[in-house]
Design a protein around this ligand. Structure first.
Ligand code: ADP
Ligand code: MG
Length: 285
């Protein structure tokens, strides 16, 4: 059945009086994986926060429909119970609450039935194995003293146990080494099925080694400026590298001496290259 799980229509937001989201449109169906990429400060985390109902963000315009309901009218709790899951860029530490108790309570709150420890443990075992996490994490306080990798794995463990309809994962790779990235992204991919949907926000250009997105979106300055299939992720990564290179050149000597030959990545002539030419003059070509 082809129903929209998430429909974001012209979403605009402000934080501390400043416009951040400037008209975001995004349609997500069950069974789809979407990747959102874009430069720092573009509003990627803001989009995730607004969807989850973070109180700092003011909705200025737009609508969000989630599984047939008006998401923006729901409390944070209601959003979670409706099947929305968010993995944050900077997970919080909760001293005094063990991972196991947190998970048990979370499942109880969201599904309405608190699982027995036996049930939960049996569900946890294979997920811990997949993520290369030791059973001993379960008795540690949530995120306290966890490495970056452990925090992120813990978030994906929550996702695996809570089985949300829609998971929005914000920079799940940031600060992780290659092995942890592999564990985390392979697990995310394995959790995708035809009943749920996953939105992955990332800078990480090798994401396609692990995740097979149906759509890739580029978010710039509060708007999705381009959407395409997985090949867009490669181009976005190249764009980012190229822009950084161009910026460094322009900064180093204000464009006076842009030596080093034409800016090319591989053999492909690039859209950004053409843009850079327009901005930087002939020297770039
Ligand atoms: P991204 O995740 O794409 O790097 P963010 O959504 O985190 O970008 O930030 C977008 C813009 O919103 C940035 O300019 C950032 O400084 C601003 N911003 C986000 N959250 C807050 C906040 N709580 N208070 C003030 N400014 C914020
Ligand atoms: Mg961010």
């Amino acid at each position: 059945m082809e129903t929209l799980l998430l429909n974001v229509i012209d979403l605009q937001s402000k934080v501390e009086g400043k416009s951040i989201l400037k008209g975001v449109n995004l349609k997500v169906k069950r069974g789809e994986i979407h990747v959102i990429m874009g430069p720092n400060g573009a509003g990627k985390s803001t989009l995730a926060n607004v969807l989850m109902g973070h109180p700092h963000h003011e909705i200025v315009a737009g609508r969000v429909n989630f599984d047939g309901a008006d998401l923006l009218a729901m409390s944070v709790d209601e959003r979670a119970r409706a099947g929305l899951f968010m993995s944050f860029q900077y997970p919080e530490e909760i001293p005094g609450v063990t991972v196991l108790n947190f998970l048990r309570t979370a499942v109880g709150q969201i599904s309405g039935v608190t699982p027995s420890l036996f049930e939960l443990n049996s569900k946890l075992a294979s997920n811990l194995r997949d993520l290369n996490m030791d059973q001993s994490y379960m008795s540690r306080y949530l995120n306290q003293g966890f490495s970056g990798g452990e925090k992120k794995k813990n978030e994906i463990l929550q996702m695996a146990i809570l089985e949300p309809k829609l998971a929005v994962l914000d920079e799940t790779d940031s600060g992780l080494d290659v092995d942890a990235i592999k564990d985390v992204y392979e697990k995310i991919q394995s959790l995708a099925n035809d009943q749920n949907a996953i939105v992955v926000i990332t800078h990480y250009n090798k994401i396609l080694n692990y995740i097979k997105p149906d759509f890739v979106h580029i978010l710039v300055d509060g708007r999705i400026v381009e959407s395409g299939d997985a090949t867009l992720a490669d181009r976005a990564a190249m764009d980012a590298r190229l822009s950084a290179k161009v910026a460094a050149h322009l900064q180093s000597d204000a464009g006076a001496n842009l030596g080093g030959g034409p800016l090319r990545i591989g053999h492909r002539k690039h859209r950004s290259l053409r843009q850079a030419k327009c901005r930087g003059g002939d020297q770039l070509g």
